[in-house]
Write a protein that binds this ligand. Structure first.
Ligand code: PDD
Length: 286
């Protein structure tokens, strides 16, 4: 895991992380009334940031919240944060909450939203072979029905990932009606024969930015894609499996609920797609 660097952004100010504070009455704390984004950093630049900010705007509008600074001005604030931290590789986390108010469920009449950002250092590209062999367990998907919103209400995933940790697994794949929805903090893919299969996007999963980029790269590479729900059994019997996210890129899966996938080794197509994605990320980072 990465460690938190020194400087955070809190509502217009860059402050040492130990001084980066919000009110105990922040609605993010009381109600998880907010949305967030995580973007990868490589060579001191952000990956697919335009897409992340577009999704931030969608999440904000879904919960009827306005960013305290126009979203179009966020990239300059992010760049300043990267520079101040001198970070080369890792992740940038940001969230917008509905700010401070009395504890009333409905929106306060006067809203002063809060924007917070910080970075974490993490090795994203140069991983050891062992770090490219993820173990997955399946858990029931107990979340709400607006998973397309990147909400900071993450307790279902926190609980699920804690179970994974206790069982020595790296990620959970959440199951609903016999099918995998997505990972605890990633999108799930399987390869069956020559087809790449991943769940279609609707309100029941998050529309991953890495997912979208990988589907384009896979298609350009000549791999056909089926966007549909797939069952747990299909996952167990997959030729290969992997998950995608801003913080993992493409992570090959070698075991699901104890069943070996692709002989317990990262699959060749997964590794090829990972390589293509890393090249894309390096070339397009801004
Ligand atoms: N999570 N699905 C869920 C539920 C997620 O939380 C994430 C990302 C994804 C992948 O989306 P993207 O490719 O845009 O990162 C899918 C981030 C990394 C997190 O919560 O840390």
């Amino acid at each position: 895991m990465g460690f938190i660097m020194n400087i955070a952004y809190v509502n217009g100010e860059y402050v040492p992380i130990e001084d980066a504070k919000v009110s105990v009455r922040d609605r993010g704390l009381m109600f998880s009334d907010g949305v967030y984004e995580v973007a990868a950093i490589i060579n001191g630049k952000l990956i697919d940031n335009f897409e992340h900010l577009k999704r931030l705007e969608r999440s904000l509008s879904a919960i009827k919240l306005l960013s305290p600074v126009p979203v179009s001005e966020i990239p300059d604030l992010e760049k300043e944060l990267l520079t101040k931290n001198n970070i080369k590789e890792g992740t940038l986390y940001l969230h917008v909450t509905r700010g401070e108010s009395d504890r009333e469920f409905a929106f306060p009449d006067i809203v002063k939203p809060s924007l917070v950002m910080f970075v974490q250092s993490k090795n994203l590209i140069h991983l050891k072979p062992d770090d490219l062999s993820a173990i997955v367990i399946t858990v029931p998907d107990i979340r709400w029905k607006r998973r397309d919103i990147k909400s900071i209400a993450l307790i279902a995933q926190v609980m699920a990932k804690q179970i994974a940790k206790e069982e020595g697994a790296d990620e959970v794949w959440m199951v609903e009606d016999g099918c995998i929805t997505e990972g605890g903090s990633s999108n799930a893919f399987i390869i069956k024969g020559d087809k790449l299969i991943t769940r279609n996007t609707d309100n029941m999963i998050l529309s991953g930015i890495t997912r979208k980029a990988i589907m384009t790269l896979a298609e350009d590479f000549g791999i056909s894609i089926e966007e549909r729900a797939f069952t747990v059994d299909e996952a167990y019997n997959a030729t290969e499996a992997f998950f995608t996210s801003a913080s993992a890129f493409i992570m090959p899966v070698v075991r699901i609920d104890g069943k070996l996938i692709s002989g317990g080794k990262p699959g060749p197509i997964s590794l090829k797609l990972r390589e293509l994605y890393i090249n894309f990320a390096i070339e397009t980072a801004i």
